[in-house]
Design a protein around this ligand. Structure first.
Ligand SMILES: N[C@@H](CCC(=O)N[C@@H](CSC=O)C(=O)NCC(=O)O)C(=O)O
Length: 282
């Protein structure tokens, strides 16, 4: 398989569109990767559509969101494609860790600088440089794109939107790890992938990027009040404070009684896709 070649692994009819899974050889990650795509009916008729890139959380593959969120119903109504990458490099020769929050399934959307991780764990470049280019060249997409994600993927979505300032029309997140430099999940992952110098962590920390004056596209965040990870890992109130201080175009909502699960995501994904659609052309 050449690096630019997409191999269709599966396709299934879904809301008059198709849920597909592709495989390709990633140059950035130095391994074979799979990702999922929902294409609405318009795209199947070769009418290019706008898309939402979804980044998943710890322990996920590209299949958690496509099988649990129910996002396809609204995406079909709005004529939006969904692009759903995996959360880390994969394969037998890729370094791993026994813990659920480091190694495979926990790439944290960074470009690792530390060994043995650096050889494969280049998730930031994989998504922002390689995958977006690949899907825009290979699928009926019009290039208009927004970004969203959950937890570790919410962190990834915020960071990519803040750094790739002209790429995304809007950004949203469910229970994002908003300030990874200051929580146990982020501390562990950043020490392992990026080393001990905390200055190097700030390029992958949404709160620090906002504090540094980076522009942010329109932002929607939902956070469940009964999320087990809220107090220790997510720093929702700090994100609210910096969003207010730096006058972001942002709505950050506390949703009473919701937890960290895909039931929470399924409850509000319609709002997020409609929010993105309002900023996307086509
Ligand atoms: N197993 C862990 C928790 C793992 C977990 O909750 N993963 C979430 C994302 S958390 C942040 O990135 C998830 O999306 N899981 C997949 C799913 O389908 O629910 C533990 O026990 O603490």
């Amino acid at each position: 398989m050449s690096q630019s070649h997409l191999k269709l692994v599966s396709r299934v009819r879904c809301f008059d569109g198709e849920q597909r899974r592709y495989e390709h050889l990633s140059e950035a990650l130095n391994c074979t990767m799979q990702f999922s795509v929902f294409l609405p009916a318009q795209a199947l008729r070769d009418e290019p559509v706008a898309s939402v890139l979804w980044l998943s959380g710890l322990t996920c593959t590209d299949e958690n969101f496509s099988s649990k969120s129910g996002a396809q119903r609204t995406a079909a109504q709005l004529g939006l494609a969904l692009i759903i990458p995996d959360t880390s490099p994969r394969g037998d020769d890729v370094a791993d860790d026994d813990a659920y929050d480091f190694g495979k399934g926990a790439g944290f959307y960074v470009n690792a600088t530390q060994q043995p991780w650096a050889k494969h764990y280049q998730m930031y470049d994989y998504i922002c440089k390689e995958l977006i280019d690949l899907v825009c060249r290979s699928l009926p997409l019009n290039g208009q794109m927004s970004i969203s994600g959950h937890s570790m993927g919410g962190h990834g979505a915020l960071v990519m939107a803040l750094r790739e300032t002209d790429r995304f029309a809007s950004v949203s997140a469910f229970a994002p790890i908003a300030h990874p430099s200051e929580c146990p999940w982020g501390n562990k992952a950043f020490t392992g992938y990026l080393g001990d110098n905390r200055e190097h962590w700030h390029a992958y920390d949404a709160v620090e990027l906002i504090r540094s004056g980076q522009n942010c596209p329109p932002l929607l965040v939902d956070q469940g009040s009964d999320d087990n990870f809220l107090a220790e890992q997510l720093n929702f109130s700090t994100l609210r404070e910096v969003a207010d201080e730096f006058k972001l175009v942002a709505e950050l909502r506390m949703q009473q009684g919701y937890d960290h699960s895909y039931y929470f995501i399924a409850s509000f994904i319609e709002d997020h896709l409609k929010f993105h659609k309002s900023y996307l052309k086509g």
